[in-house]
Structures are given as C-alpha cells and as structure tokens.
Design a binder for this molecule. Structure first.
Ligand code: SAM
Ligand code: DTB
Ligand code: SF4
Length: 332
C-alpha cells in the first residue's frame, strides 16, 4: 500500500469513493510522510484535495469576541489570559448582552458569516450558561452562525448551548498527546476529548485544532493532525494557530516555527480532513502576505476577521480586504 494513503483493508480500499474519505483513519507515520514530502508535491496534493471539495477561492470569515477576559485558573503555557502569568491583560467581567449584540451587528455588517464568543474559563458555571444561551439566541437572530469557546463542558451543558442555537463549539486539542504535558497541567488530554464528545453528542458542529510553533517537532505536528483526523467524524472546522508569543507566558521566547513548516501543517490538515474548513487562525499579524497566500494555496479556507483575536492583534479588515483583492479571494 502507498504509505501516503489512509490505513485501509483491501476490501475497504476497493470500496473507497471520494465521499468516504472522511471516515478513514490515518496514522502518525503516514502524516509524517506527508509532512516530509518535497514542498511542491505536498502543496500539489493539498490543492487537488482542496479543489475536489471546496471553492478554491472562497474563504469563510469568523469574527471573535472575548465575552469574559483574563483571570483564568488554568495554566496553558501559551495563554495571556491565565491568571498566574503576568502578561498585562486586564481582567474583564462578562460583557452584557447588549455589548455582544452591538459587536455581532458590526461583525455582520463587515461581512463575517460566523461570530465566535470566547471566555477565559476552565469551564462555565450554570449562571454562565444562562447568559451564554441568551447571547447565542440574540446573535443567531441576526442571521449569523454562532460559535462559542468556553472551556470544558459538564454533562448537560452542551445540550443547553445546542438548544439555544449554537452552531459550533471550539475546543482545541492544542498539540499531540506526548507533548501536551509540557504545555498544560490543569486539564488532561482526555478531559478535552470528553468535552469534544459531549459537543458531538449534542449535535453541535465541532471546531477543533491546535497550536504550532510551541517548540514541537515535525513528528509532534504529525501527531496533532493524526488526533484530529482520527476523531470520528473529524471536526467540521479545524483552526491551526501559530503561537502568538505574549510576554509573561512560559512560551514567550520559544524559537518561532519556520513559515514553510506552518504551511506544511495546513496542507496536512487539508489532505487528511478533506471536507473540513481549515482556519488559518492566530498568528496572521506576524505573518507576511506571501506566507498567508501559501496557506490559502495549501488549503486554508477560513480566517479570523477583525482587529483583534481575543486579547492580541489580528490584521485589520482593510489589510485583509487588500490581500483578498490581490489574491482574487472572496468571502463565503
Ligand atoms: N478558555 C477556553 C479554553 O481554553 O478552552 C476558551 C478560550 S482559549 C483562549 C481558546 C484557544 O485559543 C486555546 O485552546 C488555544 O488553542 C488558543 N490560544 C490561546 N492563546 C493562544 C496564543 N497565544 N497563540 C495561539 N493560540 C492561542
Ligand atoms: C482558536 O483556535 N484560536 C482562537 C479561537 N480558537 C478562540 C483564539 C486565539 C487566541 C490568541 C491569543 C489571544 O488573542 O488571546
Ligand atoms: Fe484559560 Fe483557555 Fe487561556 Fe487555557 S487557553 S488559560 S483555559 S483562557
């Protein structure tokens, strides 16, 4: 068997059609082999997959808002919102429903199709869920898709969010299991998988990806992509973040990832999760237009759109409109 094809029995191989690809399983070595391909060969493969399943020139726009900022009890080594690191992020209590609606209206006017609400929690309490469900209903009624990223969910919470009209829940695996303990100690990999299962069981679309540029090896990046691609089914939305280094966090000062390695990671996500929307996520502010263009070529077809991510800067809309114009891209 070609080492770059998913693990299949002969019988499965014979029955594979293009629409089956989503249910196949990839192992880490097959993904590492993808990442090891000559750059042009990898991009060519990613383009073939991308064009088979997507409009190659369409990019989905999501706008982020931080509905509760800073003071988080977790110890994620990359995160400026963890209370234990001194990063200068100002804690802010939960925004009011009105504040969220005003931001969502602006996001819609500016062309975003999805509004993603993030909170610096280990997980929401019931009173937080009550406020979030009101926000979800209000945002949804504006005709936007809704997404939330609120940390770990307890039994029953995903259902409440889903009943309010939540379209996507973002919860990242962040990295491969073997590297995970170097980055976070306050929640386990299994905790994350459990939350993803609750989201899936509640009928909410899964948005799940990770962060690269945390000092990991190529093999570790293959391990992250394998975890994502082997979720059954794989996530509908896959954010690939390039670490935004924030002073005061343990990962500040890590050697940056080579931009071509970042592009390769996007390509591997595209090839192994053909129908997913792959988001060129955090880190665009520090990225040249040329590298962003390579990411689109490698199959990225979503971005965060707006001046800010949660607490850090993102290219402004004028810059993104100019880039789309130069590349002939249009929003979904
Ligand atoms: N507190 C919730 C949680 O962790 O599940 C939701 C918000 S949290 C900020 C969402 C995701 O943002 C993290 O899982 C991580 O992948 C990403 N993230 C956080 N800080 C980042 C940084 N400095 N650079 C890149 N991605 C980052
Ligand atoms: C995701 O994967 N990336 C976004 C979103 N999901 C919530 C967050 C990026 C955060 C970058 C650091 C900050 O702005 O605080
Ligand atoms: Fe808290 Fe989320 Fe930041 Fe981790 S990533 S410290 S859980 S806000």
């Amino acid at each position: 068997m070609n080492q770059l094809t998913p693990n299949l029995s002969e019988e499965q191989s014979n029955s594979v059609t293009n629409t089956d690809v989503g249910s196949l399983r990839w192992n880490v070595f097959q993904i590492q082999s993808l990442l090891d391909l000559p750059f042009s060969d990898l991009i060519h493969r990613a383009q073939l997959t991308h064009r088979q399943y997507h409009d190659a020139n369409a990019v989905q726009l999501s706008t982020l808002i931080s509905v509760k900022t800073g003071g988080c009890p977790e110890d994620c080594g990359y995160c400026p919102q963890a209370a234990r690191y001194h990063t200068g992020v100002k804690n802010q209590d939960m925004l009011s429903l009105d504040e969220v609606v005003v931001s969502a209206q602006a996001a819609k006017k500016n062309g975003a199709s999805r509004f993603c609400m993030g909170a610096a929690w280990r997980g929401p309490k019931q009173r937080d869920i009550d406020k979030m469900t009101a926000m979800i209903r209000a945002v949804k009624s504006l005709g936007l898709e809704t997404c939330a990223t609120l940390g770990m969910l307890k039994p029953g919470q995903a259902e409440q969010l889903g009943q309010a009209g939540l379209d996507y829940y973002n919860h990242n695996l962040d990295t491969a299991p073997e590297f995970y303990d170097e980055i976070i100690s306050t929640r386990s990999y299994q905790d994350r998988l459990d939350t993803l299962k609750s989201v899936r069981d509640a009928g909410i679309n899964v948005c799940c990806g990770g962060i690269v540029g945390m000092g990991e090896s190529r093999h570790t990046r293959a391990g992250l992509i394998a975890q994502l691609a082997n979720l059954d089914p794989y996530p509908e939305s896959v954010p690939i973040n390039n670490l935004v280094q924030v002073e005061g966090t343990p990962l500040h000062g890590t050697s940056s990832i080579d931009p071509f390695e970042f592009v390769r990671t996007i390509a591997a996500a595209r090839i192994t999760m053909p129908k997913a929307v792959v988001r060129l996520s955090a880190g665009r502010q520090e990225m040249s237009e040329a590298v962003q263009a390579l990411c689109f070529l490698a199959g990225a077809n979503s971005i965060f759109y707006g001046e800010k991510l949660l607490t850090t800067d993102n290219p402004g809309m004028a810059r993104d409109s100019a880039l789309f114009e130069k590349l002939g891209l249009h929003s979904m």
